[in-house]
Ligand binder design. Sequence first.
Ligand SMILES: Cc1cc2nc3c(=O)[nH]c(=O)nc-3n(C[C@H](O)[C@H](O)[C@H](O)COP(=O)(O)OP(=O)(O)OC[C@H]3O[C@@H](n4cnc5c(N)ncnc54)[C@H](O)[C@@H]3O)c2cc1C
Ligand code: FES
Length: 283
Amino acid sequence: MSTSAEALPCQAGPMVPASFSLIAKRRETADTWTLELQGPAGEPLAFAPGQFTMLSAFGAGEVPISISGDPTCAGPLVHTVRSVGLATKAICEADPGELLGVRGPFGRPWPVGELTGADVLVVAGGIGLAPLRPAILALLASRERYGRLVLLYGGRSPEQLLYAADLHDWTERGLEVQVTVDSAGPEWLGPVGVVPRLVQRASLDPAGTVALLCGPEVMMRFTVSALAQVGVRGERVYVSMERNMQCGIGHCGHCQLGPTLICRDGPVYRWSELERWLAIREL
Ligand SMILES: Cc1cc2nc3c(=O)[nH]c(=O)nc-3n(C[C@H](O)[C@H](O)[C@H](O)COP(=O)(O)OP(=O)(O)OC[C@H]3O[C@@H](n4cnc5c(N)ncnc54)[C@H](O)[C@@H]3O)c2cc1C
Ligand code: FES
C-alpha cells in the first residue's frame, strides 16, 4: 500500500502540494464533475482503490477527495467532485489548463487483494460510488478470481446518478447492477426506495460474501443492519468513512474517530473495528 509522499517523487514533502494540470473534465450531474489531472512531469500517480488525495484550488481551499480512476492502467489522476462548498465549487469550476494542488495519495485502501474467491457486494449511495469505482474496476480486471460481483447503487433521483456509461459497461463485464432512486417520474422503470432495501433481494450467501460500503453514514448504518439481517456479519463488511480533514497525514487530529485517525488508519475500516466508536455521540 502506498500511503506516503514517496509515491509522488515531485513532492517536496507530504504537506507540499504538487501542481497538477487539469486536462479534461466531464459533467456527471448538475453539481458533480469528473476531472482528469496530469502531474508535473506527466508521470502517473500510483494508488490503491479507496485512497484519496488532498486536492486544492489555489486561494479557495484544500479538501480530501477519493481517487475515482482505474488503478489497473497508468493514466491521468481522476477525481469525481461534488460541489458543496467553497473548495469543491472552485475545483469544479476550474477550466482545462488550470493548475490544482495535489498531495497524496493517502489512506488505507479497500482490501481488494484479499477478496479472491469471495462474492463481493458493493453498496454505494450518491457520490459514494466515486471511491468505489477503482475497486469495481480492479475486481472486473480479474473477474475470474471472484464469485458473484454485485453492485447496489442508490441516488436521490435518476438525474443524480453517476457514471451512466460505466454502469452499462460493468454489467456487460459481469457485474450484477441494481440501481434504486429515492424519487422519480414515470419514465423511471427501476426500483424506488433507499438502497439498503435492495440487500434483501440480492440473495446473498452470508458466509461467502464480503461487502464494501460507501455513502452517507446513515445509509451505511442501515445497510449494515440489512446485511446483518441476511447473516452477513460486521467482520465481512468494510466502510469508507468521512470526517473533516486538514493535514491528511495523521498530524492535526481533525479527523479523529475514537482512537483512530481516519486519514491515517482509514478511510476504509472493517465495520466491526468501528462499531463501538460510532455508537458514541460526537460533539
Ligand atoms: C476520505 C474522504 C474522501 C472524500 N471523497 C470525496 C469525493 O471523491 N468526491 C467528493 O465530492 N467529496 C469527497 N469527500 C467530501 C469532500 O471532502 C467534502 O465535500 C469537502 O471537504 C467539502 O469542502 P468545501 O470547502 O467544498 O465545503 P465546506 O465549505 O467545507 O462546506 C460547505 C457545506 O457543505 C457541507 N458539506 C461539507 N462536506 C460535505 C459532504 N461530504 N457532503 C455533503 N455536504 C457536505 C457542509 O456541512 C457545509 O454546509 C471526501 C471526504 C473524505 C474525508
Ligand atoms: S486530517 Fe490531520 S490527523 Fe487526519
